[in-house]
Structures are given as C-alpha cells and as structure tokens.
Design a protein around this ligand. Structure first.
Ligand code: GAL
Length: 414
C-alpha cells in the first residue's frame, strides 16, 4: 500500500515536472541559402530537432547578410524580434546597446565556453562582461580559389605576388578564359578590396586603415596602389558580373569558365557541396601578402517572451558551441571550428592551412578582423568605406579621387 501511494505521488510529481518544462522553440533568422550554406545550417536544424526543439526557419537570401540585417531591423522595430539571429562583429554590441539582446551567460558558464574559445573570439561574443552571442566558426576571407585544370592547361601556378596574379590574369584573358569570377554586389567588391588591401598595405597597414581608421594610412600612397590594383581587377571580370551572386561566381570557377575567385572559405563549402575535391579539382591559397582576415559567424538571442522560446535559445546556444556541431557544421561550411578542442583530422588541406595560418598570425600580430564582413568596424564606418570601393569599381574614377573620397567618407561617418 505504502509503495503504491509513493508511486502515485511520484508519478504526479513527474507529470507535473514534465508539463512545466517548456518545449524549445526557435525562429532563426539567417542568410545561409546557397548549396553549401543550406547544407551547413541543416546540421543545426537537425541537432535542434533531435533534442526536442521546433525550428521555424527564417532564411533571408543575400550573400554577406545585408538583406538579412534589413529584415532584422524591420522585425525588431515592429516589436517582434526573431528568437535567434545570425549576427556578428560589432553589430552584436550595437544591438546590445539597443537593449534587445538576451543574456546567455548561464549557458556559456555551464558549458565552460571561456575554456574552449580563444580570447579573441570570445571578446566578440561579450557585451559589458556578459555573453551575448555564440560563435559557430572561423571563416578566413583572404583566399584565392582556382580551377586546377584551367591553371594547368595554361601553365599557371597559384600566384604569390600581385604582379604574378596580374601576369596570370593577362595570360588567361589572352587565352579566352575569364581571369576573375566576381559578382558585382557591394559586399563582394569589399571582399576583393580588403584582400588586395591586406596584400599591399601589409598587416600593420591594414589594421591602421580598417580597424583604427588612421587618416594618414587611409590617404597614403599605398592606398592609392590598392585602388590601382582594384582597377586591374575590374578589367579581369567578365561583362555580366553586375549583381551576380557569389555562389554563381564560384560555379564559374568550378565549370572552368573562370580561373580564380577571391572569396572567403564559404566558397569552399560550394565546391564541396558540388563534390569537388581540394588539390584536385580546385586549389586554395591565401592572397599574396602576410596576415589572416577572420570572419566569425555567430548567433545572438533576442529578448522574447515565453518559456518555450527561452528554452529554445538556451538549447540553441548550447548546441552551437557543442563539439559535435562545431565539427560537422564546419566540415560543410568551409570554415574551421571556433572551439580549440575539435580535432582537424577529418578536415581538408585548405582547412588545415587556415588553422595553421591563424595560429601563426595570432602569434605574430597579423590576425585581423575582416572589415568587409562586419568584424572590424561599426556599420556606419564599414558602410562608408564600401560605398567608396563600389563607386570606384563601377566607374572610371581615378585612384587618387577614390582615396580622397575614402578619407572624406570615413571622416563624415565618425
Ligand atoms: C559571410 C558569412 C558567411 C557566408 C557569406 C556568404 O558574411 O560570414 O557565413 O554566409 O557571408 O553568404
């Protein structure tokens, strides 16, 4: 008798506890819609579902995330923020200052994030001492991708200087191959520009120009040389580049229509999703010059009502920094894990090169945040620079005029 009363009481207690536990829900805003990106985000969706979560997808197409950020502003302004948002760099702190981000410190502390994330990455995830975002990866931006057969057929090796790049591009153009696959969208122009700038300004010059906004560097002769090289790049793209999506530019390299693409390693996610092998079908190399431009994707949780949504945020944050997710997601995405304790044995040669270069550049002070991907500057400043880069790329503006415009635009944005 005693036993059955006890059983009945504990059954009620268990049932009570179960109904009190909210089922995790999350509406997730992101811009991962290309082949490689969609495959990657599906890993998170699956893990979330496996752990009892219900995922409402809010994909906003558009590489680089400009359209997604516009959609985010509209949602927050109407008082209906998504549960979780792909957000990165200083934009995290900008949204925090608006008072709309949830504190995920309890998850971060329970999961020991401080012990498994490099301090440089953790710093981007903190808002006034609290954890306000969860990192998924480290993308490198300063890469050149190439079609291996096209280079071989034209007797070209991966360029190690900009002069070599230009010589290779001239040779390819003469042979009827588009030297540079590019999509004329502002963020893609900025991506090429910062890769060129890193090569020509060097790591210290890049930091002064695009992290510290040092006026002397912005108006230097070296910056004129950066725009000179951008003018050359403009000559190496095909006639139909305007508005082309980045993954279609990657496809041009895959199918041999173009030889090179300068793009972050999400491009590798496209090659891999199409079944192409690094070192065989496509080649990767860092752009000429030293340094490493990092772009860390992360998710921030927005203030929402409802225990189910809060449970969804906690579950998502935990899964995102989890070891399994960091491995499987990054194998698909082209990036490397943000956690330091994920073995790279299953990763390809480009990923291992990325990890090696990241560690070396961290040691020698040339590990730098990508300005073009929103890691270095607040939106007003990075936007001002990109406007100039795009205006120059899409006109016959001289390099000297571009530099003057750059200096004015940056000064006005502060
Ligand atoms: C970057 C983002 C990458 C990739 C790329 C193209 O800004 O960090 O994860 O999605 O845009 O969409």
């Amino acid at each position: 008798m005693k036993t059955s009363v006890f059983a009945a009481v504990s059954a009620i207690a268990v049932t009570g506890a179960m109904t009190a536990v909210a089922e995790p829900q999350a509406e997730v805003l992101h811009w991962w819609t290309s082949g490689g990106e969609a495959k990657s985000v599906a890993v998170l969706q699956q893990e979330f579902a496996d752990n009892g979560g219900t995922w409402t997808d809010m994909p906003v197409a558009g590489g680089g995330g400009d359209a997604a950020m516009t959609a985010l502003r509209a949602r927050v302004l109407s008082g209906n923020a998504p549960t979780a948002v792909q957000l990165k760099g200083p934009a995290i702190q900008e949204w925090y200052e608006e008072g709309v981000l949830a504190d995920i410190s309890s998850v971060a502390e329970a999961e020991g994030w401080a012990d498994v994330l490099p301090a440089s990455i953790a710093g981007h995830m903190m808002c006034e001492g609290t954890w306000c975002a969860a990192p998924v990866n480290v993308h490198r931006v300063d890469w050149i991708w190439a079609n291996a057969d096209v280079l071989e057929a034209n007797g070209i090796a991966m360029p190690t200087t900009w002069d070599e790049f230009n010589a290779a591009a001239d040779k390819l153009a003469a042979a009827g191959v588009t030297p540079l696959a590019h999509g004329g969208q502002a963020w893609q122009d900025a991506t090429v520009f910062e890769a060129v700038a890193l090569g020509i300004l060097g790591a210290d010059g890049f930091r002064k120009a695009f992290v510290e906004l040092d006026m002397d560097t912005l108006k230097s002769d070296e910056m004129v040389a950066v725009f000179d090289q951008m003018r050359k790049m403009r000559g190496y793209v095909d006639d139909n580049f305007s508005g082309r999506d980045w993954n279609l530019a990657t496809a041009m390299v895959m199918n041999g229509e173009a030889a090179f693409q300068i793009m972050g390693d999400w491009a590798k996610g496209e090659f891999l999703a199409a079944g192409k092998a690094p070192g065989e079908d496509f080649l990767c190399a860092s752009v000429p010059g030293d340094g490493f431009l990092y772009n860390v994707d992360s998710f921030a949780m927005f203030n929402v009502d409802g225990d189910d949504k809060k449970a969804g945020q906690d579950l998502l944050a935990k899964l995102i920094v989890g070891q399994n997710f960091q491995k499987v997601f990054n194998l698909n995405k082209g990036s490397i894990p943000a956690r330091v304790d994920v073995a790279l044995d299953d990763f390809d040669s480009c990923a291992r090169l990325s990890a090696k270069d990241m560690n070396e550049s961290s040691d020698n002070g040339s590990l730098l945040p990508s300005y073009a991907h929103g890691m270095a500057l607040r939106g007003a400043q990075s936007g001002a620079i990109t406007d100039v880069v795009t205006a120059h790329f899409n006109s016959d503006m001289s390099s000297a005029d571009a530099v003057n415009m750059l200096v004015d635009a940056v000064a006005n944005s502060m």
